[in-house]
Design a protein around this ligand. Sequence first.
Ligand SMILES: Cc1ncc(COP(=O)(O)O)c(C=O)c1O
Length: 432
Amino acid sequence: MTGACAGDDRHGLIGRREWLRLGATGAAALGLPACAAWEGDASSAELPPLRARAGPGDADWDDVRAHFLVEPGTAYLNNASIGMPPRQVVDAVAAGYRAMAELPARGRSDLSARIAEHVVPGLAKLFSVRPDELTLTRNASEALHLQSIGVALGPGDEVLITSQEHPAGRRPWEFRQVREGIRVNEVFIPSPLPPEEEVLSRFEDAITPRTRAVAFCHVTRGGHLYPVEAICRLARERRLVSLVDGAQAVGQFPVDLTSLGCDAYSVSLHKWMLAPAGTGFLFVRRDARDRIRTAFAPDATPEQPQFDPPGTAAFPVRAAIGTAVDFVATLGLEAVEARCRFLSDHLKSRLAEVSGVTLLSGARDRSAPGSTIFEKEDLDAVAAVGAIEASISSHIDEHQRDGHNAIRISTHIYNTTEQVDRFVEALARTTG
Ligand SMILES: Cc1ncc(COP(=O)(O)O)c(C=O)c1O
């Protein structure tokens, strides 16, 4: 790493229109060299400056809302599905594609330099790992596939997953079951999530002498926060490979991937991290490279693991991850967590006033800050989502899985208590 920024005078092609304050503060928050936030237009430069937040209330976040392009009047409460990139990120993607259209080879090399010198080190710093432990991917699904097929398993070997895994975490193992004769076992995890000891004892009971790996979410689609460190500890004691799906975790609260103790961890950056669609990464712990191998290079070694999928990448999209990382780092992940929790606490207290509502999200230490699931008596969740969306111009989601008939509300920093109230009032009116 040279510590220089793509787009500076050395690279030259993509003229620096303006050093956005965001670029400088975000980089400073990460202890990286200050880079232009690739190259916001005048509208981004005029945005209120970003700064660390004083508190979690609506007024503390009013100026942050100005950075988002959401349709006026729309309450976007489906952030666990896909997040909303701020204006700077949108501008950075556009600027990157423009650079590649103006002079493709130089555009590509400038963007590649930014990815290597700013994006990957920024992510590594934010998630407490070494840059060479991260591989950028198109999404969490790609990373989950790579981490799953990277584990050496033979016919009859078993992998343990949980009943609440996303298809992206389940399908790679089912693929191996059909193709290679491995066996996929499932441990049932109920909602609301039980206390840590019960989750652990369910895992312990499901491990057999043939189990070789455990694969599970950090945060499930419904927002349950699994006790990852404890499950990884159990895996180490039993000499099992531990593989985590972090698609719903990163960007909602601080995550220290080294302390979690997992061997591999797969990430979406286009949900809570507010990066452009089509971004994620795979983390493989350095000393797990003997157990998790690349799918691409026959000559890979633990020193040269070569996890990168080969071929031309979406360079402008990847380079713009840096702008999203700067954005989130400037606000601070602790502040993001407090804000998301404030909004979901407000939602929960309002839901308690609606008759027939059963909350399926557990206590604070067992639920992610931003996602809440609940059922309402005699209400079909899928039909209700459509009816509520139409009646109050909102975006919400159903959670008709894991045996539930639930609605999921996922609130991010830019949502407001007024939007939550509007939703709860619509829910109270909705029947059938
Ligand atoms: C728990 C979980 N894992 C994986 C995924 C897949 O993420 P991506 O779309 O980034 O592949 C999702 C998407 O909603 C998810 O909720």
